[in-house]
Unconditional design. Sequence first.
Length: 226
Amino acid sequence: MMASGITHRTGYGCEHVIVTRLEGGRRPSASALAQRLQTVYLARMTALQKQQMSVDEFVTWARQQPDRWELLDGLPVAVWPARVVHGDVEYRVARALDTAIAKANMPCRFVLDSAAVPIDTRSLYQPDALVYCGEPVSPDALEIPHPVVVLEVLSPGNAATDLRDKLQGYFRVPSVQHYLIVDPDKRLVIHHARGEADVVATRFISEGSISLDPPGIELQVRDLIP
């Protein structure tokens, strides 16, 4: 009998070890491994929920972690591992945004899956893509404080956060005019747009175009979803 261990450290003095036993040289099933990883994730989150942080504290801590994290209302939240389809959609989003910005000849840029968006002193979100306008930020920037468009790719691990918590949070940033949620499983895009008196209008779009004005660009649903 052979055994292998997966160790996760939270950085706050907590360590969780999961041991996967291999009998007869066989690997555990994907579902069994996923269940064990979920157990580790929940244990880590329980430990971290006792350690609320400010954005500044979180940034210092997150730089020391091997995986990716966000800060939601003072609580660190791990970014779930992405499925292949998630990466496919991100690639398509990058191409679509690049084309749309160039076509509109706007002084805007897109950032893919890297810089974070500060919401307030206790929340820092990491969108899958964003668009900002004006002068280019430094290549070393870790945050984009004034995005115009933010986009998330929906997956089973982040659905509740993206559909509920981030909807409210992103529109607390005055510059945000559009929040797009791409659902590759249902093959649709949820478009939240800021209107007059900060009323947010929501559209569910499965085909056709998506007008993002401001800043004045247009996307096609067929270009976003494989």
